[in-house]
Write a protein of this length. Structure first.
Length: 259
């Protein structure tokens, strides 16, 4: 079964005021055309289908084969039909409008595919969150530590490869940023609870907050945090960096070097 798409421009173009028979024959052509734009027009058959006189159909076909200087498509002098054989006609505009139809169809299929993907991902996240929740209920204490973490949200987006979401949203966002860098740079897709606890222990050993640790991880792009590396990565300060008095600082900076 073939079909064609009727664009609204058909009713506002050069065919305006030409009568219902011409419009009927042209829409018949659109609906019955086959690649690359051929349509069979037997006036007797078309007249029987549309309920018109054969002479009216023949007149409409003849008009559609004539040049149309007002046509939006100047190809073939604006002709809508070109006779190719007995009852066989070619539509010069077929390729143009078929490409528009195919592009719209492609966009529709893309939208449907994206909708299916989002639905599938939501279902997977929901199942994962349910499984983690059920696992946490069997641990006695819910599998969380006081003040550090909260249960994962229903979408499962707060779970980072097993390490629960941080209670502080800003810290969680910062950790997500680090994990994205970590995944891209070190090909590490998950962060286990054990790995995260090790980072916390090292941050405490380095004497810094969790936020400072995460900011440093984002800045350096490290795959994990180590207090010893952190101490070695801090820029060394010269004695002049500790001077607060601007006049004294300028005096020392301008002093000639000792030979």
């Amino acid at each position: 079964m073939t079909y064609g798409k009727i664009f609204e421009s058909l009713f506002t173009g050069s065919m305006v005021g030409t009568g219902p028979v011409l419009f009927s024959v042209w829409t018949y052509c659109i609906a019955n055309s086959k690649p690359p734009g051929y349509v069979e027009l037997n006036p007797v058959i078309v007249a029987a289908i549309l309920g018109c006189d054969v002479t009216d159909i023949e007149g409409a076909i003849e008009t559609l084969c004539q040049p149309d200087p007002r046509s939006r498509t100047p190809d073939e002098e604006g002709r809508k039909l070109i006779e190719k054989g007995n009852f066989l006609y070619w539509m010069p505009t077929w390729d143009k409008y078929n490409n528009i139809r195919q592009e719209e169809e492609r966009r529709r299929q893309n939208r449907e595919a994206q909708a299916r993907f989002r639905s599938k991902r939501r279902n997977a996240d929901s199942k994962r969150a349910s499984a983690l929740s059920a696992h946490g209920d069997g641990d006695g204490d819910g599998g969380t530590r006081d003040g550090d973490v909260q249960p994962p949200p229903p979408t499962g987006m707060g779970v980072q490869g097993g390490a629960p979401a941080l209670k502080d949203k800003d810290l969680e966002d910062l950790r997500r940023e680090w994990l994205a860098i970590r995944k891209e740079k070190h090909r590490m897709k998950t962060l286990t609870i054990k790995q995260w606890d090790r980072c916390l222990v090292q941050a405490e050993k380095a004497g810094i907050t969790v936020k400072e640790m995460l900011e440093h991880l984002v800045l350096k792009g490290w795959q994990s945090f180590t207090a010893a590396y952190y101490a070695g990565s801090k820029p060394k300060m010269s004695p002049l960096d500790m001077v607060d008095d601007p006049d004294l600082l300028a005096k020392h900076r301008d002093a000639p070097a000792v030979q």
